[in-house]
Design a protein around this ligand. Structure first.
Ligand SMILES: Cc1cc2nc3c(=O)[nH]c(=O)nc-3n(C[C@H](O)[C@H](O)[C@H](O)COP(=O)(O)OP(=O)(O)OC[C@H]3O[C@@H](n4cnc5c(N)ncnc54)[C@H](O)[C@@H]3O)c2cc1C
Length: 380
């Protein structure tokens, strides 16, 4: 007889890992199913000449929902993740000078909603970065981790999901299924009767933005500004503005290096077109060079990362407890179904689902400061 898990969690990014860590306090009979070789999703560590960092630019606003989301995270990992809050306006380069960024006026970019998230003036400085959150969450997970396992279909029996297919052939049974992958994929994964043709088409056809990230290691310090930079050049073109910031300079092997991280958005459909990606990268670099003429001389390293990010409006109609209306044991956890389609949305959505499964996450020990040393890689 096939093994039946209490919970099958699909996707081991920040959302899936938060739920996996929370449910691990109740049972070890959990399958954490991941298409990639390793957990962590987009919030994973990148080794840079200046030290470990997030893969791509990150920003966490100082807001009431950030406080709630990060309290849930701290309770899960027993580590205080916020260092302090600060207020600093983003800056832009215009007419040969840096000035406070006051918005785009009458010509906002098409991805304004996604972009403007990074331009808030109140932010949290983190004591532990998102790539460390996912490592610590994975260390709290107690069930079976199934890497290289792509869920290809949900199967329905009455109003419940009975089992799922993995990699087109393997079957996995569970009492409850929690989907923490990309909502768009539900248009293919859900059984025929679980979603109307209209809703399925809407999910597949929505505009989804992809983050195009450029991480740079400069050969010498460029600036001591810690402000978020919004760079847009003098003309509006089909490739919009970019946003980015510099990290504190780091001394290593007799050199002082500085890292900076930049991001713009392109429509998911053109992501495959290497010409569009190339043009967007060139534009980012042109803007950096315009503001800091020597910043790109003798670069130590540059790294490009293309990541599907947030759906413009990829929502799917869910029941109040975050299950699919026609499938009472399938919870939808992806951040894109939350009002906040970001890190905070991941955590808030995870907290809501854990609560609707009947659990409340309290801090289990006294919350401590994050480890000073770089965290060890999770044992895989
Ligand atoms: C470059 C970038 C920068 C960002 N910056 C910020 C920021 O500054 N501030 C902020 O608040 N938010 C930011 N975000 C958004 C935030 O990181 C995400 O919204 C959120 O953390 C994503 O977590 P997740 O677990 O939902 O998804 P992911 O990290 O994408 O994880 C999903 C996982 O599910 C797996 N998976 C998917 N489908 C299947 C399947 N069918 N079977 C098995 N496994 C599957 C994937 O392989 C992946 O590992 C950023 C996102 C990106 C990409």
């Amino acid at each position: 007889m096939a093994h039946i898990y209490d919970y099958a969690i699909i996707g081991s990014g920040l959302t899936g890992l938060s739920i996996a860590a929370a449910l691990s306090r109740e049972t070890k009979n959990i399958a954490l199913i991941e298409a990639a070789d390793v957990p962590f999703g987009v919030n994973r560590k990148v080794n840079f000449p200046t030290g470990p960092m997030n893969n791509g630019l990150r920003f966490v606003p100082d807001s009431v929902s950030a406080e709630k989301a990060l309290r849930f995270l701290s309770n899960l990992i027993n580590v205080e993740v916020v260092q302090d809050a600060c207020e600093e306006s983003p800056i832009t380069y215009e007419g040969g000078n840096f000035k406070p960024f006051l918005g785009f006026g009458d010509t906002p970019p098409a991805f304004y909603e996604e972009f403007s998230y990074f331009t808030g003036s109140k932010r949290l400085n983190l004591a532990a970065e998102p790539f460390q959150w996912t490592q610590m969450l994975f260390e709290k997970f107690q069930g079976d981790f199934l890497p290289r396992s792509y869920v290809t279909k949900f199967h329905q029996e009455g109003e419940r999901v009975s089992h799922i297919t993995i990699n087109g052939s393997k079957t996995l049974h569970a009492q409850n299924f929690i989907f923490a992958g990309t909502v768009k994929d539900l248009s293919l994964l859900l059984p025929e009767d679980a979603i109307s043709i209209r809703a399925r088409t809407k999910l597949a056809k929505n505009t989804y933005w992809t983050a195009l990230c450029l991480d740079i290691c400069h050969a010498k310090p460029v600036t001591d500004s810690t402000a978020m930079h919004v760079l847009n050049g003098t003309t509006q073109d089909e490739i919009g503005p970019c946003v980015g910031k510099f990290h504190a300079p780091v001394e290593t092997e007799g050199e002082t290096l500085q890292a900076s991280q930049w991001m713009t958005f392109i429509e998911q459909e053109v992501t495959e077109d290497s010409e569009v990606v190339g043009m967007a990268l060139k534009k980012i670099k042109r803007q950096i060079k315009r503001a800091y003429p020597e910043a790109l001389d003798n670069l130590k390293l540059e790294r490009i990362f293309v990541a599907p990010i947030i759906a413009g409006n990829g929502d799917i109609k869910l029941s109040a407890n975050m299950t699919m209306p026609e499938l009472e044991n399938l919870w939808i956890a992806s951040a894109t179904v939350n009002d906040q389609k970001n890190l905070l949305g991941s955590l808030l959505q995870a907290e809501m689902i854990v609560a609707s499964l009947g659990f409340k996450v309290e801090a289990s020990e006294e919350t401590s400061a994050p480890p000073e040393e770089t965290l060890p890689e999770a044992a895989l």
